[in-house]
Design a protein around this ligand. Structure first.
Ligand SMILES: NC(=O)c1ccc[n+]([C@@H]2O[C@H](COP(=O)([O-])OP(=O)(O)OC[C@H]3O[C@@H](n4cnc5c(N)ncnc54)[C@H](O)[C@@H]3O)[C@@H](O)[C@H]2O)c1
Length: 512
């Protein structure tokens, strides 16, 4: 029988000990704080009892759990998972002490989410036996385990961590050591680009969250998520990314975070963050149902462009009862083509026919840069059957009849609408393109595989699909067009395209 040690009986440690005992391992749970040990042990027993009740596990797994008050009691362990507070010095001391207490073959794992595992391994007597085992909160429920290979980690230690993770019922992915490992690194643009959009006043935080939920199928938008995690916690993570990467522009913390922390608006836990929380925890209205498809009434529609977005819109327009025109006069013109060439400096598309309200996709340029002063801009991302909302934008020169035509058209093809300010990709396009870009940087730098990125973000962060799946649903051309346009219009380092993404797009290959 495997003997597992868990150090720290808090939120994570208790959850990990529950997984160990449930998997049939003799599990020694240690915490130097007697009260914390008692509380943690009770939490594990309660969790196990619930699983027995539900029939998830058999027998008396609780008998495998042994609370121990001294670190020395961990001597018989084959694997020790450390889940002590997130302080580098404290963890380094623990790794030194555990090296003395346990046998030569013990594998020492850390559940740190931000301290380089390589630096903790250096504090152990046998650094090759140190790995990261990054569980997600709450460990008994979250299906993912991210195993981290430090620079010193030997294959055998990595294999033992993976094997124990699988025995605990987890889907295991492997990441190289580095800021945020694979999952938190690839998930960073969700909050980071969200904050940048708010800073630019592209939309309000409520709108950005609604667009992510209804347009992208995310369970929560970035601001409700930051409120849930704690804005101070998120700010500290952002600072650690910047520090560990020596100032990578994509990972710079946002001044909004610093101001929120300074104001004591820390999120749900302080009753106020980006949202205000009522006593019952409510903070926003329910999302509306998308409108029913229909009402095209034979209106002559010219729908231009090809690719998954244009094809999907064409299909919906047909269902809604529009008369689709290949050429000749139309009563509404919708250009849903990506036009990647527009993202290049000095490029222009031939002007659209005119004479009717005109809607243009803002992917490879902002509406302002597109050169259609009377048009309405829009953006949405395939897969369309999972999107319920389209974003719209206008210029000072856009007339209200065009805006009304845009709202009517998108309602008739089944989308709610949200008016935002103007930029390539509008809100969701920017967030998703940056998620794909970060994944491409991480894969290109050897942090993990494309399969593991998608598994990590869907299973660890509950994203509706991983960045690679997004790039396939929307098309690499669409994603790179948004990034190129942002770079072209702004010349900001944070929008530079990952080398792997550029190569995949140039060679018309996928990211897998
Ligand atoms: N909470 C999360 O969402 C989450 C997710 C992933 C990883 N992590 C990481 O897991 C680790 C633990 O986080 P947590 O949320 O469970 O914290 P926690 O505060 O709930 O628990 C920490 C426990 O460690 C104990 N402790 C204090 N000093 C100790 C020492 N010297 N030796 C052993 N135990 C000691 C404390 O008494 C406490 O019970 C941290 O490294 C954290 O970054 C947390």
């Amino acid at each position: 029988m495997t003997v597992l040690g868990v150090v720290g009986a808090g939120t994570m440690g208790a959850g990990i000990a529950q997984l160990g005992a449930a998997a049939g391992m003799r599990t020694l749970l240690h915490d130097p704080d007697a009260d914390a040990l008692t509380r943690g042990t009770e939490n594990v027993r309660r969790g196990l009892a619930k699983w027995v009740e539900k029939g998830r596990i058999e027998g008396d797994a609780a008998a495998l759990l042994e609370p121990v008050s001294a670190l020395d009691d961990l001597a018989p362990c084959e694997l020790v998972i450390e889940a002590a507070p997130e302080k580098a010095d404290l963890k380094r001391d623990l790794f030194g002490a555990l090296s003395m207490v346990c046998g030569d073959d013990v594998v020492l794992a850390t559940n740190t989410s931000s301290i380089p595992v390589t630096s903790l391994a250096s504090a152990a007597a046998r650094p090759e036996n140190v790995v990261g085992m990054h569980f997600f909160n709450p460990p008994p429920l979250m299906p993912l385990l991210e195993v981290i290979r430090a620079d010193q980690t030997a294959d055998g230690a990595l294999a033992r961590a993976e094997q124990v993770g699988r025995a605990m019922g987890k889907e295991v992915i492997v990441a190289a050591d580095g800021p945020g490992f694979l999952v938190n690194r690839c998930g960073r643009p969700f909050n980071g680009e969200g904050l940048r959009l708010l800073q630019e006043r592209m939309a309000t935080h409520e709108q950005i969250d609604r667009i992510c939920r209804l347009g992208g199928g995310f369970r929560m938008g970035p601001f409700e998520l930051m409120d849930l995690v704690g804005i101070d916690v998120g700010f500290a993570v952002a600072q650690s990314f910047e520090e560990l990467s020596f100032g990578e522009p994509r990972w710079r913390p946002n001044p909004i975070q610093a101001r929120m922390v300074a104001a004591g608006r820390l999120g749900r836990k302080s009753g106020r963050g980006y949202y205000e929380y009522a006593e019952d925890g409510s903070y926003r209205p329910e999302d509306p149902e998308p409108p029913e498809i229909g009402g095209g009434d034979g209106l002559a529609l010219s729908l231009l462009g090809d690719g998954p977005l244009a094809d999907g819109l064409r299909e919906r327009a047909r269902t809604a009862g529009y008369e689709l025109r290949e050429g000749g006069p139309a009563e509404l013109i919708v250009d849903a083509g990506v036009h990647p060439e527009l993202a290049l400096p000095g490029a222009a598309t031939p002007p659209l026919p005119g004479g009717a309200p005109t809607l243009v996709l803002c992917a490879a340029s902002s509406l302002a840069a597109r050169g259609e002063p009377g048009a309405v801009g829009f953006h949405l991302l395939p897969p369309l059957d999972e999107a319920e909302l389209v974003e719209l934008t206008r210029l000072p020169t856009t007339q209200s009849f065009a805006c009304e035509a845009a709202e009517r058209f998108f309602a008739s093809v089944g989308f709610a609408t949200e008016w935002v300010e103007d930029a390539p990709g509008l809100v969701l396009g920017r967030i998703v393109s940056q998620l794909v870009n970060e994944a491409a940087f991480a894969i290109g730098e050897g942090v993990g595989s494309s399969e593991d990125v998608d598994t990590g973000l869907t299973k660890g962060l509950s994203h509706p699909r991983g960045p690679i799946a997004w790039s396939e649903a929307a098309g690499l051309e669409h994603v790179t067009a948004v990034l190129d346009a942002l770079w072209n219009e702004r010349r900001e380092e944070r929008y530079r395209t990952a080398p792997l993404l550029r190569r995949a797009a140039t060679l018309s290959r996928g990211l897998r």
